[in-house]
Structures are given as C-alpha cells and as structure tokens.
Design a protein around this ligand. Structure first.
Ligand code: NAD
Length: 383
C-alpha cells in the first residue's frame, strides 16, 4: 500500500529524532511492501523565523490531504518572549483543533530493561497487575480539544477575581470514550473512566454518558474512579490499569504522573486521534509525536533519545494505517536494541552493568539495523 505522511520536524531536537524515525519507517515499509511518501511542512519556531507566524495558512489543509501527521517538537528560548498568539506552541493548538484530533493516547509501560528506572518497589508493581508480575502497561486516553483548557475564562474589572470554566457536551464525551473502547478491545479489555463526579457537574455528565455507553461494550470491563483516587492508585498499583479515559485537565496531570514511572521522557510516544472509521478501528486523522518537547538544552549534541519519536511512528502504523504487525516489527526492534545494552544518556545507568552509552545517531542506526535484519516473511514477523 501507499501512504502519504505529513512531516513537521520542528525545532530543537525535533529534526534530530524525526530523521531516524523516517528512516526506520522506510525500512519497515520496504520489508512489508509499503511505500511511504512524505510531505514536509513548517510550523513552530522555524516557521516564525521564515514567515512570521507559528502555523502558516494552508498547513492544516495540506496535512488533512495526507493520511497522518508526524511531528517532532516545537518551541525554544528564541521565541519565548513573543506574545502568546505568536509563540511556536500555538501551532500545536492550531493543528489539534484544525485536524479535529480530540483524543490523546499515551501508552505508559515499564520495559523490563529499564526496571531500575522506576522508583516503585517490586511488591507495589506486582499489586493488581495481571499474573502478579512486577510491571505495568497502561494507556491514558485524554480528551484533547474541550474542557477547562478551552472553556470561557476571564478576570473581573479590577483583576482580583479570575475564572476558568469546564464545559463538555455529550458528543465530546462519547467520541473520546469510543476511542478508549476501541483501544481497550485491542488490549486487555479493561477501561477505567476517571472523573470527579462527587463534586463536578461536568464530571456527572461524563459518568452518565459512560454508564450508558458501557452497555454497548459488554466484552470490555468498565470501571469508574475519582481522579484523586486515581492519582494515588497510579503510584500504589499501576498494574491494575489497562485503559484510562479522562478529561483534558485530568489527563494532562495523570499522564505526566504516570510518565515518571517509566524512566525517561525520551521513551514516551503519543498519538492524537480524530474520529474512527466505520469499523471503529482506524483513526481518520492522526497526529503522532513524542511526548517530549524540543529540549533546547541538548539540541545539536547528538545525545537526544530518538526512541520516543521512533515509537510514535510505530503508533502511526497501528492507529492510522492498521498495520499492527509492522508496528510490532519496530517495537520489537527497539526492545532488542535495549536488550543488547545500548542506552542513550537519559536512560543510562538505570540497569547497571552491561550498558553501552551511545548518541542519537548510533541508537537510531542500531534500531534501523534490527528492523532490517528482523525475520519477516509473507507479511509476518517471526520472533
Ligand atoms: P522538554 O521535554 O523539551 O525537556 C525537558 C527535559 O527532558 C530536558 O532536560 C531535556 O533535555 C530532556 N529531554 C527531552 N526530550 C529528550 C530526549 N528525547 N532525550 C533525552 N532527553 C530529553 O521540555 P521543556 O524543556 O519544558 O520545553 C522545551 C521547549 O519545548 C519549550 O519551548 C516548550 O514549550 C516546548 N515543548 C514542546 C512540545 C511539543 O512540541 N509537543 C511539548 C513540550 C514542550
């Protein structure tokens, strides 16, 4: 198959980690008989320098004509003093809104190779996890284009009073829950809806919609949890969770909390998805990016971890193109490289002896080689 991919490498380490992600995608494509074509576009700081705005007219439209968007990261100290509407990060909001990607998916799992990077004890990791194994593998689905971040806000005339409002419609809640259910169906079939329905009216609507929708998904075990309890449970027994679905504000906070349990932000991919296709499987538009920012402190030094970007590309194969096996090919290649002891500086020293610290390029080359040399016949990866 042929797929067209909009590519925004962005600022700072963005181009350093996106270059390898593209090479690895191409290697997986060659192996599996797919052709990926890239439409390179500018947004963020680079675009401010070249055209004076963070998201030039026509970029959203050009992305919409592609099958998915891969983005590095935008921003940096050079543009920090600009007024809010001209800051590079404004491009992200414009892309999310313009593309209608309302569900942000962040998988958070503990890789056995990075066990010692997790501050939790074995007994905590084992509590509630499948088979009592010391680990976790969860997916946070955060509503991305509504709620407190987009509600009405303001100040009183004298500035001494401020307010922000949380507004959600049934449609907004239902569509993100459906994305959560579609993801849960491909995982361990558990969905936990997180809210604050003992206090907030908007949360009561979330709970109402979730209870109605749960009846449509009898094969998925649906549970409900207050957000304060969830914040505690994530560090008491993260293994109990499979898919967590929640609002924009709660998801922002919980996903950052969960990410700390994994070792380094340089390992974490993300997907922002729009409506699902008629079968409820693939996203009609998806934006894929590492969770980290442009990391200006390490840009240009060949020390950035490229794995979050590479794993984001694998998420694109899975969620936008439905290429599960090709996504697994990349995931397994990353795992094998970590097994071999290679580490970028951010994840070094976390598993003790037998590690070799390498730069961005060498880590990317190792994953590339692992993809190229993986046994793959007749569309199947044979481990
Ligand atoms: P950051 O994620 O860029 O960096 C935080 C810390 O993590 C830094 O010490 C950095 O060196 C380290 N780090 C990040 N990615 C890494 C990687 N792949 N490998 C190794 N270490 C890595 O967050 P920040 O410093 O708060 O923000 C820097 C800029 O990025 C700001 O302008 C911010 O607005 C922007 N930002 C953009 C996005 C995005 O484009 N999606 C997201 C977050 C921040």
């Amino acid at each position: 198959m042929n797929y067209s991919i909009a590519l925004i490498p962005g600022d700072g380490i963005g181009p350093e980690v996106m270059g390898p992600a593209v090479e690895i995608l191409d290697a997986a494509g060659t192996k599996a008989g797919h052709v990926f074509t890239y439409v390179e576009l500018e947004a963020g700081g680079l675009s401010i320098d070249r055209s004076g705005v963070p998201l030039p007219d026509g970029v959203v439209e050009k992305v919409s004509q592609c099958d998915a968007l891969l983005l590095g990261a935008v921003g940096g100290p050079r543009w920090e003093k600009l007024p809010g509407h001209l800051r590079p990060e404004r491009a992200l909001l414009g892309l999310r809104k313009g593309l209608g990607v309302f569900a942000n998916l962040r998988p958070v799992s503990l890789l056995p190779q990075l066990r010692s990077a997790c501050p939790l004890k074995d007994e905590v990791l084992a509590a509630g996890s499948p088979g009592g194994k010391a680990g976790f593998d969860l997916l946070i689905v955060r509503e991305l284009t509504g709620g407190l971040y987009f509600g009405e806000r303001g100040r009183s005339a004298d500035g001494s009073l401020a307010f922000d409002t949380e507004t959600y419609s049934r449609t907004e809640i239902e569509r993100v829950l459906r994305t959560g259910y579609a993801a849960a169906a491909k995982r361990r079939k558990k969905l936990c809806m997180v809210d604050k329905s003992n206090v907030l009216e908007s949360s009561r609507l979330w709970r109402e919609v979730a209870e109605e929708l749960a009846k449509e998904y009898p094969l998925i075990e649906t549970s409900y949890m207050y957000v304060d309890n969830c914040a505690m449970q994530l560090v008491r027994s993260p293994g109990q969770f499979d898919v967590i679905v929640t609002s924009n504000l709660f998801g922002d906070i919980l996903s950052d909390e969960a990410s700390v349990l994994t070792g380094s932000i340089g390992m974490l991919p993300s997907a922002s998805l729009g409506s699902l296709d008629a079968e409820g499987g693939k996203s009609i538009m998806g934006m894929y990016e590492p969770v980290h920012g442009s990391a200006p402190d390490i840009a240009g030094k060949d020390i950035a971890n490229p794995l979050a970007a590479i794993l984001s590309a694998a998420m694109m194969l899975r969620y936008s193109f439905g290429l599960e096996k090709e996504a697994a090919l990349i995931g397994t290649a990353v795992s094998r490289v970590l097994d071999s002891g290679l580490r970028t500086a951010d994840i070094a020293g976390k598993s003790g002896a037998g590690e070799t610290v390498v730069g961005t390029r060498a880590m990317a080359d190792a994953v590339l080689e692992a993809v190229k040399s993986a046994p793959w016949t007749e569309g199947e990866y044979h481990a």
